[in-house]
Design a protein. Structure first.
Length: 339
């Protein structure tokens, strides 16, 4: 049974090349049918898509306090992961985003957890309330507990030794244990020599940025590839102008991907002059790091178009399996209202 039927001349169903003419049936907020248009269940009237049909796109690193998230929905980004926001503003926005048609769906970490006086509390860009300062294991456990009613998608920890003090190992391990007990992963901003290794040893399983302040040892790269996801954010280094930090990040991500590590597209939107859309420079940088077009599609989507997944649909004018920069021209066809 379907409520709506979308038909396109081509679609991405997860393979290295596009499928030909494809119909996608939607029932409620779930894809209930995918196949050739001639075999599709009846629907009235079907919607013809001009372009190539894709699933919804996700930016895995955004700060919604610093941008207008509605701009992203028009550009095909149906889901955002907010990795650091002011609780009193962020949590109501998260709730609204699941049902308000003009907003992308927002999933969030809540505020940073950081050492007293640590990053980002001293940064000019950081509004008051964006971080919870935890100075010992007890306060760290309390901080995690305080976030649980808001159903955070992850817990964000700041390990930036270049911008102030960082939490000690006992406090970091407590955060990871407390989050893991509730099946919530911990995401770390690692900046400074040795911070990525500290995060890995403590059980952090998502890196908010590709590490750029040091060239990671090969054995650490291999360990990370077996258990950790890296969110790319390569374009924050120079915004199109080559820099040493960008080259270091690319070198680390290239080896991580070659070792089989999971890479997710993310931009750190709100950090400098980044486009309010899919960032063509970020996509091109992922290709520089060795991701092929299908890898990039998997990095920016939660699932190919298939039965049983949330019915977020986008479209692009040209084939992203041959030129993934086409994703920067995405438009949203449909955003599901469900969570």
């Amino acid at each position: 049974m379907i409520d709506q039927l979308f038909i396109a001349d081509a679609a991405w169903l997860g393979a290295d090349t596009l499928a030909g003419p494809t119909a996608v049936g939607v029932c409620g907020d779930e894809i209930s049918w995918v196949g050739p248009p001639a075999a599709a269940p009846p629907a009235m009237p079907p919607t013809r898509i001009d372009g190539i049909l894709l699933p919804g796109l996700t930016d895995h690193h955004v700060h919604t306090a610093l941008v207008d998230p509605a701009e992203l929905l028009t550009a095909g980004v149906t889901t955002l992961v907010d990795l650091g926001g002011i609780p009193d503003i962020l949590w109501p926005l998260v709730e609204r985003s699941h049902h308000e048609p003009r907003l992308p769906r927002i999933r969030a970490a809540g505020p940073f957890l950081t050492s007293p006086g640590g990053y980002p509390t001293q940064q000019d860009w950081a509004p008051p309330g964006i971080a919870l300062e935890v100075g010992d294991p007890h306060s760290a456990a309390e901080a995690v507990e305080s976030l649980l009613p808001h159903r955070p998608v992850t817990i964000k920890v700041a390990l930036n030794s270049e911008a102030g003090p960082v939490i000690d190992d006992a406090t970091l391990y407590t955060i990871v244990r407390a989050a893991t007990a509730h099946r919530i992963p911990v995401t770390a901003h690692t900046q400074g020599i040795g911070q990525t290794l500290r995060a890995y040893r403590a059980g952090v399983r998502v890196l908010a940025h590709t590490p750029w302040t040091e060239t990671l040892a090969d054995d650490l790269i291999n360990d990370l590839a077996g258990s950790t996801t890296i969110i790319s954010t390569l374009d924050i280094h120079g915004w199109g102008t080559p820099t040493r930090d960008r080259e270091t990040a690319l070198h680390n991500l290239r080896r991580f991907h070659a070792a089989g590590g999971m890479v997710r597209y993310g931009t750190d939107l709100g950090n400098g002059p980044l486009p309010r859309s899919v960032n063509a420079r970020e996509v091109a940088a992922l290709a520089e790091a060795g991701l092929n077009p299908t890898d990039i599609l998997r990095a920016i989507t939660n699932s190919p178009l298939r039965r049983g997944v949330t019915a977020d649909l986008t479209a692009v004018p040209t084939d992203p399996t041959t030129d993934p920069v086409a994703l920067s021209q995405a438009i949203t066809v449909r955003k599901a209202a469900c969570q």
